[in-house]
Design a protein around this ligand. Structure first.
Ligand code: DHB
Ligand code: FE
Length: 287
């Protein structure tokens, strides 16, 4: 069976794409953000996952307000990026892991999750930039299964539901008949509000508690309603649901994880940026 090796989580601000393109990683503004990545890249270089299952939220590139699925899973050979209007250079296509896509779709649907299946799916900055941050080489060495969660148009799925989806996805990965190594990823957050009266709202205390909870008590955030989360973390802060999906996947058959590395830095754009890498107990005991 496939081996679930660990989980990754990072913020996904569009301006990161411009910073990478212009080579600004060592500039004072960007350095505290980019400096979080080398220890995780080192771990990835050792563990060498073949596939990444990515919980992310589309921001209007593939789904718009007229048709907004709660959960959509990609089942394509290849995922194209496209111009999103943020001034980010468009990245070359990413390779899909079709067999795992359908295995996840079939297994998770049997467990009463109602998914939209996408045999064509454009992936936006929330999917492409984290891949570039963790694997900066021109050729991305991993294939992907994108799982898109609505955080854009109300009603949004609850933290409890996204965590449960993550658990089901994790169990599906572990029952996939393959010798491949699989990592899970969640992108977004942490606290941020881009517009309205509270634009610039940051809640460092909550963010740090949230990151810590993913190590010590992963269900902690499932106590909060979407409105609680918006109040605490800002309208776009609800993107932290993606981190919960990632963490749920790691809990499918073993609760314990080891922290590889984390980082937290304020501000990039209007956001508090977070970064986390977790290794599964299965991998720790195998190495
Ligand atoms: C910004 C942050 C996001 O998470 C996003 O998806 C778009 C923009 C920002 O801070 O600019
Ligand atoms: Fe976002």
């Amino acid at each position: 069976m496939a081996q679930l090796v660990g989980g990754l989580a990072t913020s996904h601000i569009p301006a990161i794409g411009g910073a990478i393109h212009k080579g600004l990683q060592q500039e004072a503004y960007w350095k505290p953000f980019f400096d979080g990545f080398p220890p995780i890249r080192k771990w990835l270089g050792r563990v060498k996952p073949d596939v990444v299952v990515i919980f992310y939220n589309d921001h209007g590139l593939n789904f718009f307000l007229d048709k907004m699925p709660t959960f959509a899973v990609g089942a394509a050979e290849q995922y194209d990026n496209a111009d999103e209007g943020w001034g980010i250079p468009t990245l070359p296509p990413f390779k899909g892991e079709l067999d795992l896509s359908w295995h996840i779709i079939n297994t998770v649907t049997e467990q009463d999750f109602d998914l939209v299946t996408c045999q064509e799916m454009l992936i936006d900055h929330a999917c492409t930039l984290p891949l570039k941050l963790f694997w900066p080489d021109d050729e991305c060495p991993v294939s992907i299964v994108p799982i898109c969660v609505n955080t854009v148009q109300f009603p949004l799925p609850s933290a409890r539901r996204v965590y449960a989806l993550g658990r089901a996805v994790g169990a599906a990965i572990q029952s996939w008949d393959s010798s491949k190594k699989v990592a899970v990823m969640g992108t977004g957050g942490l606290s941020h509000q881009l517009d309205g009266e509270r634009a610039g709202h940051i809640n460092k205390d909550f963010d740090l508690k949230f990151i810590d909870s993913l190590l010590t008590n992963p269900e902690w955030a499932t106590q909060f309603s979407i409105h609680d989360l918006v109040e605490k973390t800002g309208t776009q802060g609800v993107e932290l649901l993606m981190w919960l999906g990632m963490r749920g996947a790691l809990t499918s058959n073993s609760a314990s994880v080891r922290k590889v590395h984390s980082n937290y830095h304020i501000p990039i754009s209007n956001t508090a940026t977070g970064l986390l890498a977790l290794e599964t107990a299965e991998l720790s005991s195998a190495t």
